[in-house]
Design a protein around this ligand. Structure first.
Ligand code: HEC
Ligand code: HEC
Length: 250
């Protein structure tokens, strides 16, 4: 009985060892394959090409895929509203990344901001300008330099000013609501989008970040037209035109 049990245990050990050896070989093959692939993808400079030695390209660590943010589909009425062009800018990545539905800023590269940064980070002792300066920090050869502008931060928790996942109508009514927009009148909003450093940054974002879909000037013009119309939103009851000046004369 004892011998058979020992035999059994030895047999198991042999099986285990062959398993270990097999996996070891497999592991080595994967590592070797990886090294070869990396080498093929980045072959050493040919020698004696007669060109001056160039500095080695810094390695870009970013994945090449940018995250595309989906916006809720707009109805025909929403599309032709005065707010529609304003909306297109607000939900562009340059604005939405700091105006997310959650507490973490968004990133074109990583979906959400790396390093667990959130609305709470400054209170937790990690202020945004630990990494974000007054100007974009360009890392030569990499699009991942931290962008920067004066007062780099997220909207506060009490009024999170969410642009993400909002329909045209929802964002329109939210934006004109002083309880949600930081107690701003329509004119103050226009002032903000005309000259605020974080808004202006959207058109000089650094790295390979895309700018909003229209010029800043066109954006301010559209915003002004919306303000001029009293901040009208799709679905608002249309105020009937005064009949006073169209009284029919016999
Ligand atoms: C530890 C350093 C660090 C801290 C702290 C930090 N960031 Fe960043 N941030 C970076 C780096 C590096 C990048 C560039 C990489 C990238 O584009 O995702 C970046 C990029 C961004 C982007 C642009 C992303 C894009 O794709 O357009 C936004 C927006 C942003 N940060 C907001 C913030 C806010 C708001 C805070 C504070 C709540 C903050 N960051 C705190 C390092 C940091
Ligand atoms: C780095 C982060 C950041 C970026 C990028 C950013 N914002 Fe903001 N935004 C803020 C903060 C913070 C506030 C709140 C400021 C305050 O209340 O004093 C704010 C407030 C606003 C407001 C006022 C009130 C409201 O309800 O939203 C508007 C409008 C606005 N941003 C538009 C934009 C537009 C347009 C862009 C893109 C061109 C943009 N923001 C990009 C951080 C950002």
């Amino acid at each position: 009985m004892v011998a058979r049990r020992r035999l059994g245990s030895i047999a198991l050990t042999v099986a285990e060892w062959s398993g270990v050896v097999l996996f070891g070989i497999l592991g080595l093959l994967i590592v070797a394959g990886g090294i070869m692939l990396a080498w093929v993808g980045d072959p050493p400079e040919p020698m004696g090409s007669g060109q001056p030695a160039a500095a080695p390209e810094p390695t870009v660590v970013a994945p090449t895929v940018a995250f595309v943010r989906e916006v809720p589909p707009a109805s025909a009425e929403e599309r032709k509203s005065l707010f529609a062009p304003v909306y297109d800018v607000l939900v562009s990545p340059r604005c939405m990344n700091c105006h997310p539905a959650g507490d973490r800023p968004l990133s074109d590269r990583f979906g959400v901001h790396a390093m667990n940064v959130s609305r709470d980070s400054p209170q937790a002792g990690l202020s945004c300008n630990t990494c974000h300066a007054e100007h974009n920090t360009e890392l030569p050869g990499s699009p991942l330099g931290p962008p920067g502008a004066h007062g780099w931060q997220m909207p506060p928790k009490e009024t999170p000013m969410v642009f993400e996942h909002r329909t045209v109508t929802e964002l329109c009514t939210q934006l004109r609501d002083p309880a949600q927009n930081g107690e701003r009148s329509l004119d103050k909003l226009l002032e903000h989008v005309s000259g605020d450093a974080l808004v202006l940054w959207g058109w000089k974002p650094g790295g390979d970040r895309a700018i909003p879909p229209m010029s800043h000037e066109a954006f301010v013009t559209s915003f002004g037209a919306w303000v001029e119309a009293g901040g009208i939103c799709p679905g608002d009851p249309v105020v009937p035109e005064s009949t006073a000046d169209t009284v029919e004369t016999p």
